[in-house]
Design a protein around this ligand. Structure first.
Ligand code: GDP
Ligand code: CA
Length: 325
């Protein structure tokens, strides 16, 4: 079975871990990772979502923070701060810096990000084929209002420095219109037996992947069922700031509204099925009204067992949809 997943960082990586537990060696899993969070810092190319996926699935993640390396030390960050070098708000750990050095060196030698990612994965063996959504530079900036002045800041600055505490008025994905899908991305969608959208941030993680010209069309064209998992349980994001960004875009913060935002392939959307939490059963009529096949199952990935069960539930819904069409 070939499974393709469109993923952001923490939520997506956790889900894919459960998916691998569920399917074992029987499946060939490709993860298309968001790269619109990427940022250049001190001359280094940092790819937060690709690294979270690679470290989580490869056993190198810090289990508490859920980003960056385990057993991390922070000498580089402290030394930079001692020089007063900006920005000081981004967590560049010493072990993590080695990843960014290798990546940057390869990029400067002329390798595209997809080749670099493949090379980094030789060490981490994440158990999936990890593909950047694009090799082209795309950066999400968030439009904020500060003392009556509108300005745009890099997504990482909005999230890490401002902690998403400032209202967002919209997001701009710089470079997205010229971006081309990374090598293998369209094929992974076209040739999949199942496509899954994990509980990732719909605005800044899955949103950019869907906005790369050609990717949404590939999702609408694939014969595979496309099933998504809500990142919203009740009226908030489980972790992170999807709620702030949704509010900024004028989308109601609910599992049903996020499903409707992705939309149904029977209309001009990208999904067939949508999982909401058992506590959100009342959302199912809204999910159906959006043209999606909905199911209410436990969505909270509290441990490896619940995460694996969630992956199994997503596959079961995909199978049901697949056999009917
Ligand atoms: P990021 O790139 O690190 O922000 O990670 P993602 O975009 O992959 O995931 C962040 C989203 O995952 C947030 O919107 C959370 O609401 C969601 N999330 C995190 N943990 C869980 C969970 O246990 N269950 C569900 N359903 N969603 C979760
Ligand atoms: Ca991210």
């Amino acid at each position: 079975m070939r499974i393709t997943v469109l993923s952001g960082g923490i939520g997506g990586a956790t889900f894919v871990g459960g998916l691998l537990d569920e399917v074992g060696a029987d499946a060939d899993v490709t993860v298309v990772g968001n790269t619109a969070d990427d940022i250049w810092l001190f001359g280094l190319k940092v790819c937060p979502d690709l690294d979270t996926l690679m470290y989580t699935l490869g056993g190198g993640i810090d289990p508490e923070r859920r980003w960056g390396r385990a057993d991390e030390t922070w000498s580089v960050k402290e030394e930079l701060a001692a020089y007063g070098a900006q920005p000081t708000w981004f967590g560049l750990g010493d072990r993590d810096v080695a990843t960014h050095l290798v990546r940057t060196q390869m990029l400067e030698a002329g390798y595209p990000l997809s080749e670099v990612t493949r090379a980094l994965c030789v060490r981490w063996e994440p158990g999936v084929t990890l593909l950047p959504m694009t090799d082209d530079r795309v950066e999400t900036h968030v439009v904020i209002e500060d003392e009556g002045q509108r300005s745009a800041v890099h997504f990482q600055e909005y999230w890490v420095r401002l902690r998403a505490a400032v209202p967002a008025h919209g997001v701009v994905m710089i470079g997205i219109d010229e971006a081309r899908p990374g090598p293998g991305v369209l094929e992974a969608i076209a040739e999949a037996d199942v496509v899954l959208v994990p509980p990732s941030n719909p605005v800044v993680s899955v949103g950019p992947i869907l906005a790369v010209p050609g990717i949404s069309d590939a999702l609408r064209a694939t014969k595979a069922p496309v099933v998504g998992v809500s990142p919203i349980i009740g009226s908030g994001a489980v972790r992170g700031m999807a709620d702030q960004l949704l509010t900024g875009l004028g989308v109601e913060v609910s599992a049903g509204a996020v499903g409707a935002l992705y939309g149904s392939r029977s209309g001009d959307g990208v999904l067939d099925g949508w999982l909401v939490d058992t506590s959100d059963e009342s959302q199912l009529p809204a999910v159906a009204a959006a043209g999606l096949e909905g199911r209410a199952v436990p969505l909270y990935m509290s441990d490896a067992g619940t995460t694996r069960t969630l992956a199994a539930d997503a596959l079961a819904l995909a199978r049901e949809i697949g056999t009917r069409s």
